[in-house]
Design a protein around this ligand. Structure first.
Ligand code: NAD
Length: 283
């Protein structure tokens, strides 16, 4: 299958990163969000990252120009009809994703693959709202997308081999390594990572140690490049909570119960780095 035009739904931290790596590797990209201000913010983020790469002599001014030329902002879902693959990276909420997939199914070209960057939600359930479940797949990029090498490729129950192979090929054309994973809550990455982050939050909640000290133990003691609470702030505490809820609901085991402190921070609007406050204060 020839893939030339990519559409990315959601121009937040993940969507803008996915749009960037696609454009850097020669794909034409529509970067879609609900409002123009969101697409502008996403595109400004891409421009800033590319500028930094020029300063570090990783790319030339011409590379940047060519990449930027391949990205078009979109606030109209009608553009979906022009894409060969659509990668959804909107918020981690099943109802939102189902609504988007229903709309994409109506508008996308018949041959188009519908992929989701969900961190934990069942691909099979998302695929079931479309008339093409064999063309629906999970394409889970890691944050920050331009830096991280892994893409977890998740097969829903009905995902076809052709769809899987096309997506694995796209991942390698983006210079990423893909790993094939079956559809279970949290897949591999977040089934292992999120309970660790949740446990780190419990240690703060129970007064065992401060966020700084929890992070220090995991960095110096376990050789993690970043402490779990710094990482949680970076991922977004709302996303962390959604993932824990998905694990809790999906496995029905109390060991996945989200820490009350995580809920409290999300209710307060302390979502981590993106809102300026989480376990740490930014700016
Ligand atoms: P974010 O909050 O930075 O961005 C989400 C964007 O989606 C926002 O710009 C929002 O306006 C847009 N949006 C919401 N509803 C929409 C709709 N109906 N149509 C179009 N756009 C819509 O979130 P993020 O961190 O980029 O996460 C996006 C997805 O990627 C989630 O599913 C998340 O679980 C997944 N993910 C996140 C990380 C991470 O570290 N943050 C890593 C891997 C995967």
């Amino acid at each position: 299958m020839k893939i030339a035009q990519v559409m990315v739904i959601g121009a937040g931290q993940m969507g803008s990163g996915i749009a960037q790596v696609c454009a850097e590797n020669g794909y034409e990209v529509f970067l879609h969000d609900l409002k123009e201000e969101q697409t502008k913010k996403g595109i400004a983020g891409i421009e800033k990252r590319l500028q930094r790469n020029i300063e570090k002599e990783r790319i030339t001014e011409q590379d940047k120009e060519q990449t930027m030329k391949r990205i078009q902002a979109s606030t109209k879902l009608e553009n979906a009809g022009k894409a060969d693959i659509i990668i959804e990276a909107a918020v981690e909420n099943m109802e939102v994703k189902k609504t988007i997939f229903r709309q994409l199914d109506e508008r996308a070209a018949e041959h188009a693959i519908l992929a989701t960057n969900t961190s934990s939600l069942p691909i099979t359930e998302i695929a079931a709202v479309t008339s093409r479940p064999e063309q629906v797949i999970g394409m889970h990029f890691m944050n920050p997308v331009p830096v991280m090498k892994l893409v977890e490729v998740i097969r829903g129950l009905q995902t076809s081999d052709e769809t899987y192979e096309a997506v694995a090929d796209i991942a390698s054309s983006l210079k990423k390594t893909s790993v094939e994973v079956n559809d279970f809550p949290g897949f591999v990455s977040n089934r292992i990572l999120m309970p660790m982050i949740n446990e780190a939050i419990y240690t703060v909640y129970e007064g065992v140690a401060s966020p700084e000290d929890v992070d220090q133990v995991m960095k110096l003691g376990m050789n993690h490049p970043m402490g779990p609470l710094t990482l949680a702030d970076f991922i977004g505490l709302d996303t962390c909570l959604y993932i824990m809820e998905t694990l809790h609901e999906g496995f029905g085991d109390d060991k996945y119960r989200p820490c009350p402190l995580l809920r409290k921070y999300v209710k307060a609007g302390w979502l981590g780095k993106k809102t300026g406050r989480g376990f740490y204060q930014y700016n």
